[in-house]
Structures are given as structure tokens and as C-alpha cells.
Design a protein around this ligand. Sequence first.
Ligand code: ACO
Length: 370
Amino acid sequence: MTATKGLEGIVAATSSISSIHDGVLAYRGINIDDLAERASFEETAYLLWYGKLPTQTQLAFLQQQLSDYAAIPGPLLAQLKLFPSDANTMAVLRTAVSALALYDENADDISRESNQIKAIKLQAQIPTIIAAFARIREGKEPLAPLQNVSIAHNFLYMMTGEEPDVVAVKALDQALVLHADHELNASTFSARVTIATLSDIYSGITAAIGTLKGPLHGGANEAVMKMLSEIGSLDNVESYILNKIANREKIMGFGHRVYKNGDPRAKHLQKMSRQLGLLKGDSTLFEMSSRIEELVTGQKGLRPNVDFYSASVYTMLGIPSDLFTPIFAISRLSGWSAHILEQLDDNRIIRPRAEYTGLINQKYIPIDLR
Ligand code: ACO
């Protein structure tokens, strides 16, 4: 038995949800370039859950369900008010999603029908949790979700209390489409491992949120913004990046386990970043990001991943940097839950082996002789 570090190159499951072939990412066989340009996030979530694009009636029904379920239980809202205002937002989300199970009398029903409803409920409630905490920590009252608007629109409204402009809604909606699923990424794998023990969907999603939090995965988008803030101006980019490269430090938002010739999602976020800069009349963040890309790709041959340009996009949408990874979770909930449904459709516990590298044939030494 020989282990592969980080399970690189190991095919650990079959799945018909999303695929990566020759650098092309597709959801249910549809190229994400097409979806990013033309589909809404709600259509995309439907596609991931049900395996096909919705008709107008099916989409309207899903949107109604999302509106109906978007409020969160009163006791959970009360708990959010007790959390420290400087708490890590991913820790808040992880705790709140785990707590949601306590208010769902069907939490342990793992039938497909029940889990599908819970996936839609979680899709509706997670944006409400994040926006509520964002307001509570600023001493503001959380806002009730609007009815019959998109998740992107509702999230921006619940965060700011203002009607978001159409450009911001479109940009966030497109970012949600691009982050929705990604084959057997680390957090999806966590969700599948957890659910394969026949645990409940809340446990699977809680495990996935904890996994997404790390800076080598979803947490990289926040780390990119931290880097942009540290750099401060276009003039400082070169010395900062060359110094990092010389010290063999990781540059967040670059590199990928699967894509070695570029992440197909990055170009959409790059375009969005350029457009938002032009619209705002301030392209500093886009120009700094472009210069970083030029240097890192030129010097290290590494290309930007999905997290790199999303940092400047979200900042230009007025979103605080510690909400970037929770926004990733809003989107990826659709993929996680689709994988949970798929895993349970044909389940077997996930239990690989480890290659033992420790001592052998050791004798027990009684404690008084040690
Ligand atoms: N900056 C500098 N060097 C890098 C980077 C980076 N961002 N990424 C990879 N490298 C180098 C490594 O140091 C390593 O070099 P070496 O062979 O000389 O030691 C080589 O490229 C291979 O990299 P690994 O870390 O072994 O690649 P792995 O497939 O294990 O990791 C990962 C992929 C985690 C994405 C890595 O590229 C990374 O840490 N990137 C920065 C964090 C990041 O942006 N994460 C988001 C990924 S996308 C997502 O999860 C949504």
C-alpha cells in the first residue's frame, strides 16, 4: 500500500454533477462559460440538484420555495446576537448551520425527498445568516429577507439595507454561478465522507463549511484581499511579489491541483473586475491584480484561480473581505447538497486505508519503568 500525498491523481468517486476535462469545467455537461454568461444562480442550483435546466414554471416554483424558506428561526437569530462581534465569519456560519439542525424536526430524515427540501432551505437560509451577522456586529438590526428576488439581490439588500443596483446583482449572481460546484474539491469530499456514514445533511454541510474555511481552499479569496491591502498601491506590487517569490512564499489566489494551464472560472472574474473598475471610475484594484498576475505567471508559471479576481470584484461591490468565503459557501451549498443527494443514492461508507510509517514490534513498558 503506497499513499499519494494529498490524494493527488486519485479518482475517489463517480459523479454525474460536474466534470473537468481538458481544462473545461461543465455542470451536468454544460460548459460553465455558457452558464456564467446566460444562467442565473437559481437556474444553476436547479441544474445541479435535478440534473436538468428548469422550465419557467419549475424555476418560479423554486424561487417561491427560496422566498418561503429564507427567514431563519428566531432562537438562532437570538444566538447570533450573542456571538462575539469580532468572531471569524466562517466559524459563525459553521456554528449557525450546525444549530439549524436543532430547529428542524426532520433533521435526521435522510430520505431523498426530505434532503432535497433541506437543501433548498439551507440555500435560502445561509445568505440570511451571513447578512444578519454582518449587521449585528455593526450594532444594526438584521433585516427580514425580501420576497421574490434573487439570492444575489436579497443578500446585498439584507447586508446593506439598500436596494442593490442591477450591475452589483448581476456581478454577484455570476460569481455564484461560477463557484457552485467543482467536482471532488476538498469541501465536497468532506461532505460526501460525512454523509456516507448515513449522518444528516446538516452534519455534511457543517463539515464542508469547516473545510472551505482554510486558506488553501475557499479562504484564499479573503487572503488575496489581505495581500492587496498590504501592497497598498500599484507602485508597490513588483517589490512585494518579487520578494515573496524570492522567499518561496505562497501567493494566494494562484495555482490549482487540477488546472495547470489556468482555471476556466478566473477569466470571467477578471472581466468582471475590469468592468467594475471602469464603472466605478477607479481601476486600482484591477490594475494591481493584473500586475500581480503578470509577475506570478511570468516568474513562476502559475495562473490565477477562481479566488484571485473574486477578491477585487467583491471589494468593488462594497463587501467586507471576511464575507468573501461565506459568499463562496452560499454558492457551493448548491454543489455540496447535490453531492450529498448523489452519495446517498448509491451509498457505501468512505473508508480508505493509510500506509503505516511508524515503529513496529514495540514492547509495552510498564509506567513505573518509563
Ligand atoms: N504560490 C507560490 N507557489 C505555489 C503556489 C502559490 N500560490 N501554488 C503552488 N505553488 C508551488 C508550490 O510551492 C510547489 O512548488 P515546489 O514543487 O517547488 O515545492 C508547486 O507549486 C506545486 O504546488 P503544491 O502546493 O504541491 O500544489 P497542490 O496541488 O498541492 O496545491 C493549491 C494546490 C493548494 C491550490 C496551491 O496551489 C496553493 O496553495 N495555492 C494558494 C492558495 C489558493 O489560492 N487556494 C485556492 C485554490 S482554488 C479553491 O480552492 C477554490
